[in-house]
Design a protein around this ligand. Structure first.
Ligand code: ZN
Length: 456
């Protein structure tokens, strides 16, 4: 069960842990322990959004682990909650309830002004040469300062606390897919393809990629998307024009691959670092829900590629909120590659390609996805890592916030999703996405299903 740090720093822990344990047999907490985003710190949910939010590490940074990074102790220390070391506070109490603690490091999607001075140096550069400060850009996987920080952070947690393991995640995709706006995040700016920082340029050149051609290719893709959005249908149709861009600029795909493999290299390095400290710690990855909507990101985020450096995977299969998210995905995808298809046809094509059987376009946001989606995506994940000792712990939707008019979870729908995950072959589930968002009766719905299955 993931949880923001605000309740862990401020609330009485015993009643909260007792509630999780009693309602749904929770045995592992994934704490959003390092974040510069107020909502992940749990502060928005707790009713306060400070104007000058800082964030950082909600445990105490031990500086011997942070070498060769421009970040200072002040950059990394979260000043909120009066400097309480959340891991130190919760681990002994959680243990009483048979609950293990896993730090959950979810890459930031926005960089607050309070830490921009040094953090900005670690962020990606877009194809126009501008430094990014947030989604769809983010910290660069090839920036040595960011790699050293991340590896230092995981070593710090592994050595300094009695944790059970760790989960890391990145809710992003490659710059090309952002440029095309095939994403659950609506209205991406096609001028922000990343990353063209000095380190990525060098790595690209070392791999034999013509950096300037890649950049020109992204300029051409950007123009294609801007014209599509302006309602100018390409003479030869959207799909043909898209495909022709790839033929003309294969460097775009090479740059795409560079971004994806660089993230996987960082994940492998995190895995090796934690295992070198303590091989018993379980290391795994949050997998962004967009992977389940996009045949393009599904291709680049091949779960089989993660199998060699994972103990567990948490594919986000939030079925209730998926309806609205997929409708957004369809609308945006029609601004480029799928521009020749109606929304209804686009949805039908994508559902066929992705192997889903869901409600039609006009009803999808109001109904959400079915539990069957949870089962199918869980099974796909299980089959992707077959032959490796990797467990699949899908993230099951319990009251992930939805837009106006969209479906809400009910105890019975949550119970169906839980059962579907195990039917698909899951070895565990992660009740998602944040304890403080969940209605107690819906968490109990998950517990009821787990009891029925004999899991708790
Ligand atoms: Zn870079």
């Amino acid at each position: 069960m993931p949880i923001g740090v605000a309740p862990l720093a401020q609330r009485e822990l015993d009643p909260m842990f007792d509630d999780m344990r009693t309602r749904a047999g929770v045995n592992t907490l994934f704490t959003f322990i390092y974040t510069h985003e107020p909502h992940r710190a749990g502060m928005v949910l707790e009713g306060s959004r400070p104007a000058n939010f800082h964030g950082g590490n909600y445990a105490r940074p031990h500086m011997q682990f942070y070498k060769d990074t421009p970040l200072t102790l002040a950059d990394m220390t979260a000043p909120e909650f009066g400097g309480v070391d959340v891991l130190e506070r919760i681990i002994p109490v959680a243990k009483k309830y048979g609950i293990r603690v896993f730090p959950f490091i979810l890459e930031d999607n926005q960089l607050p002004a309070a830490v921009r001075q040094n953090w900005e140096k670690l962020y990606e550069v877009d194809h126009h040469g501008r430094r990014t400060t947030g989604h769809p850009g983010g910290p660069c996987f090839n920036n040595p300062g960011y790699r050293n920080f991340t590896l230092g952070l995981v070593e710090d947690y592994a050595r300094s606390y009695g944790i059970g393991g760790m989960m890391w995640g990145s809710e992003r995709q490659s710059g090309f897919l952002n440029t095309l706006s095939v994403s659950q995040s609506s209205g991406m700016d096609p001028g922000k393809t990343t990353c063209f920082c000095e380190f990525c340029q060098k790595k690209g050149r070392d791999q034999g990629i013509d950096v300037e051609r890649a950049r020109q290719g992204f300029d051409a893709v950007e123009a294609f998307v801007r014209e599509s959005r302006a309602g100018q249908r390409p003479r030869d149709g959207y799909f043909t024009t898209f495909w022709r861009l790839l033929l003309k600029y294969p460097e775009v795909l090479a740059w795409e691959n560079l971004w994806v493999t660089s993230r996987h290299e960082l994940q492998a390095a995190i895995y090796r670092k934690v295992k070198s400290v303590n091989p018993d710690l379980q290391v795994g990855w949050h997998v962004w829900q967009n992977v389940t909507f996009s045949p393009f990101q599904r291709a680049e985020e091949n779960l089989s590629d993660l199998a060699g450096f994972s103990d567990f995977l948490r594919p986000a299969v939030y079925n209730n909120v998926a309806g609205g998210r997929f409708v957004t995905f369809v609308k945006d995808a029609r601004q480029s590659v799928f521009g020749d298809l109606s929304p209804e046809m686009t949805l039908e094509v994508l559902c066929q390609q992705l192997n889903y059987d869901e409600a039609p376009f006009d009803r999808l946001a109001a109904t959400g996805f079915s539990a069957n989606y949870v089962e199918r995506e869980t099974r796909r994940a299980v089959e992707s890592v077959a032959g490796h000792p990797v467990q699949i712990w899908p993230g099951v939707d319990i009251d992930v916030p939805v837009g106006a008019g969209e479906a809400h979870c009910k105890p019975e729908s949550v119970a169906q999703a839980v059962k579907a995950a195990f039917k698909g072959g899951a070895q565990g589930i992660i009740l998602s996405r944040n304890y403080t968002e969940m209605k107690p009766e819906n968490l109990s719905g998950a517990g009821n299903a787990l009891r029925e299955l004999g899991m708790i």
